[in-house]
Design a binder for this molecule. Structure first.
Ligand SMILES: [Zn+2]
Length: 212
């Protein structure tokens, strides 16, 4: 008989069994903390005690389309609209220490697991164009992508520009570094975002929303 997928209780029990008397997991010092890309020194590092399983997953902001932010009129322009067409919006994140961070989302209410196939096809093509334009920027070495969806139900996919030639910032610790980097001025972020918006217009129409 085929083994069914594991329950979260069994998964959690395995993690719990690996903790010490204080409920702490040992730091896997030879893994990520052993890499030069890990931003912190390991000597004083310890993991917080494991919390018990929550009763259930908490509802996210905008779980229902009627109270999602996409149901409200568009926010006033604050200089962060990189590009949009009738279906999609690419937004610049103004508070960042990276050369560029943008968020792609549909104007219509959906999450990734509920995305219709024709939207999914567009989503894939937009992701390629955004990634290519971002990696063509002189200050970006690599475009990193993330979809979390733990806070807001409305789909928003992140694109982070990892600074070029700063090899210490590679990989998943990028965002741990980011909070400690000085903020990049908005006009610099807008200048970095413009070629991405222009690449999207060239490929799919729509318009760049950044101030001229
Ligand atoms: Zn929505």
């Amino acid at each position: 008989m085929t083994q069914p997928p594991e329950s979260i209780d069994d998964y959690y029990a395995r993690v719990r069994a690996a903790t010490d008397a204080e409920g702490r997991l040992p730091v896997a010092a030879e893994e990520m903390p052993g890499w030069d890309i890990f931003p912190f020194e390991v000597d004083s590092l310890r993991i917080k005690p494991l919390q018990p399983l929550a009763e259930s997953e908490p509802p996210r902001a905008g779980e229902d389309a009627s109270d999602c932010r996409c149901a409200a009129p568009a926010a006033p322009d604050d200089g962060t609209l990189v590009w949009h067409n009738d279906r999609w919006r690419l937004t610049l994140i103004a508070d960042t220490g990276l050369p560029i961070t943008v968020s792609l989302g549909p104007k219509q209410h959906m999450d990734l697991p509920t995305m219709p196939p024709d939207w999914a096809a567009e989503f894939g093509r937009l992701t390629v164009t955004i990634s290519a334009a971002m990696e063509a920027l002189p200050s970006v070495g690599r475009a990193q992508l993330a979809k979390y969806g733990d806070g807001s139900a409305h789909l928003h996919v992140w694109f982070f520009g990892r600074p070029a030639r700063m090899l210490q910032l590679r990989g998943s610790p990028l965002l741990d570094w980011e909070e400690n980097l000085p903020r990049v001025p908005l006009e610099v972020l807008q200048a970095n975002a413009r070629p991405i918006g222009e690449a999207l217009v060239a490929a799919y129409g729509g318009e760049v929303g950044l101030p001229a």
